[in-house]
Design a protein around this ligand. Structure first.
Ligand code: PMP
Length: 418
């Protein structure tokens, strides 16, 4: 077996832990396109699971990074102050937080999504002096033990080997919309006198990504915030996947008109696919003492540089408007697919550029995603039974790329159900 085939067989590493498999070896990428070793071109409707919202090798971020490296800028500074870090902190306040009337302190919790979730859970427990955290069925928050404990997916939790202990989750169904889940939650809290502990926090995704593109209504999100306020529970919004414009606004919760106590962000926050995460903390609950939450790779200055450059996309509403307008095109297309191909037994889900079709036919979403790959488009499936095929184009995709991508999806649906 040659070296390439060995890599392909392993796919990701020397052990196999991802479920997906795109059977080729990628060599090059730009914008919404990727190329493999054989020279085949693919349209990327995956975007690194939301880590590449601005497309691959985005010229603006790339140039800033090249300039920075050429000038021997600091690469790693751990917790030391650096010019690149200071610039990011200042610009994030100016461009993102102030115009939205949001008052947060910015923390660097470690380089990945799970690190920001860990910091949020720890802080919520420290601030409230309570233990439990409520999360929702099909929520996904990460793979380390804390974030996994609030992840509502039995298969993923089994990866912990033994049942998770001392970290409490209260998953329940009816995530989406309806009053019954709010009533249930209130009832649960009212019963606290009978031995149920009031939780430290409620953690939620406004649109569940890994859990199957389940979009909560803004009314529901607002109601959850009200419950949190009434009971003195901290509200953590995990915007790792839904944030940075993926659902049409910088923060996915903006249209719900809420102000979470803690916001978790990673994936596209660096703008260039570099590992980077931030935790936004309401100033009154900034209670970590020095040394209580640290980590070696919290000072990746290359990520500060690209993350700062990425903020330039948010100085006006051009990107936001483009996402909103293209999202309409995608939604119209998806509804047409469900209508024209009843064999899909499909349901359109999502918001913005975080959308997909859930199929009631066992295995069909995976077949369509695999066929799409053969036809030159990369997308993945999600949901507890991989029943949703997910459309996650870069936010910067142009009309031509979008039209071509949607055409491949329709062709792939036809190929599979014929
Ligand atoms: N939260 C959400 C909502 C996510 O989608 C993910 C990753 N898919 C994580 C947390 C964990 O991020 P990471 O894989 O970078 O640890």
């Amino acid at each position: 077996m040659n070296q390439d085939m060995k890599i392909f067989e392993k796919s990701e590493s020397e052990v196999r832990s991802y479920v997906r498999s795109f059977p080729t070896i990628f060599t090059k990428t730009k914008g919404y396109k990727m190329w493999d070793k054989a020279g085949n071109e693919y349209i990327d409707f995956f975007s690194g699971a939301g880590a590449l919202n601005y497309g691959h090798n985005n010229d603006h971020m790339k140039q800033k990074l090249i300039d920075y490296i050429t000038n021997d800028g600091i690469t790693h500074s751990l917790d030391m102050a650096s010019a690149a870090k200071a610039e990011f902190l200042e610009k994030f306040q100016e461009i993102i937080l102030k115009p939205r009337d949001l008052d947060y302190k910015i923390m660097f919790p470690g380089p990945t999504g799970t690190n920001t979730v860990e910091s949020a859970l720890k802080l919520a427990r420290k601030v409230t002096g309570r233990t439990d955290v409520i999360s929702f069925t099909n929520g996904f928050h990460g793979m380390t033990i804390g974030s996994l404990s609030v992840t509502g997916n039995a298969m993923k939790r089994k990866g912990a080997g033994i049942p998770l202990q001392n970290v409490v989750t209260m998953p329940y169904d009816n995530y989406v919309d309806d009053q019954s889940s709010v009533d249930y939650l209130e009832r649960f809290l009212e019963d606290s006198g009978s031995g149920v502990d009031i939780p430290a926090a409620i953690i939620l995704e406004t649109v569940q990504g890994e859990g199957g593109i389940n979009a909560a209504s803004f009314e529901w999100i607002k109601k959850i915030e009200n419950v949190c306020k009434r009971w003195g529970i901290l509200l953590i919004v995990d915007d790792v996947q839904a944030g940075v414009g993926r659902t049409g606004t910088f923060f996915s919760f903006e249209p719900a008109d809420i102000k979470p106590d803690i916001v978790c962000m990673s994936k596209s926050i660096s703008g260039y696919g570099l590992p980077f995460a931030i935790t936004l903390i309401r100033p009154e609950i900034d209670q970590f003492a020095p040394g209580e939450h640290n980590g070696t790779f919290r000072g990746n200055n290359h990520a500060f540089v690209t993350a700062t450059a990425a903020l330039d996309y948010w100085t006006d509403d051009k990107l936001e408007n483009s996402v909103k307008q293209k999202s309409q095109t995608i939604m119209t297309f998806l509804h047409k697919m469900v209508e024209n191909y009843p064999e899909l037994q499909g349901e359109v889900r999502g918001r913005g550029f975080m959308v997909g079709i859930a199929s009631d036919v066992d295995g069909l979403a995976n077949k369509i995603a695999a066929k799409a790959f053969e036809n030159g488009l990369i997308m993945e499936t999600s949901g507890p039974n991989d029943e949703v095929f997910k459309l996650f184009p870069p936010l910067t995709i142009d009309d031509e790329g979008l039209t071509k991508g949607l055409a491949i999806i329709e062709q792939s649906i036809k190929d599979v159900i014929k």
